[in-house]
Design a protein around this ligand. Sequence first.
Ligand code: XBP
Ligand code: MG
Length: 252
Amino acid sequence: MSIEALILDVDGTLADTEEAHRIAFNRVFEQHRLGWCWSRAEYRQLLEIAGGKERLAAYIDSLPVGPAQRQRLLGRVPELHADKTRCYGEVVGDGGVALRDGVERLLNEAVAEGCRLAIASTTTAANIHALLGATLGPRGLDLFAVIACGDQVRAKKPSPDIYRLALDTLGLPPEQALAVEDSAHGLRAATAAGLWTLVTPTFWTQGGDFRAAGLVLPRLGGPDQPLPGEPGGVLRRRAWLGFDELVRIARG
Ligand code: XBP
Ligand code: MG
């Protein structure tokens, strides 16, 4: 069957965004005088929980406070997360985050081959719009036929719901699409939806269980950012992953 769509995760896949999310969280904690500040090591652990609101709630649950204080703090999660989303938009809007190397090239190659593009992400539509606008300009949003994200599904990754929503909206069976992810959660979600999946881990997700991946690469690479040991490692044609070779490998 032909590959009709590429479904991409956002955070960690399109761009290495988690440092920007961490900065946004910590700025909001400071603005609200909460006395919290997530280190990189602490945030890397908290990323085990998909979803910023869910992550915040889990952190509050871990605090040594009484039940009344805990309930009061949990009641503030929506407000804190809305502020964090605004703050993240400012960080991204200031040019604080670039697409990972090879991403724009792969998107363009896929579109040139008539392959539709879709997003399946845990983050909010506002964050996706901010990132695509800041990195790809006005055409960013138009590149994607489908954007499935955030609270459109009840169960977030590793549940397959967001990928199933993307496939349903595309009107495709999983055999006619490929997924690109950065994390073990995302890989579990995509494979549970029946999708062959490429994984390109980041600092935040490296070391995860990627055994179910169709292919794992440190990054997509490009003519100016060749992958060490390629071609000749897992790639046959170039020192970076082209859309043609991605489809060849996915078809086995
Ligand atoms: C990664 C996530 C998100 C981000 C923070 O999403 O789990 O929660 O860490 O964004 P992706 P929000 O599926 O794109 O890798 O605070 O908006 O959730
Ligand atoms: Mg991700």
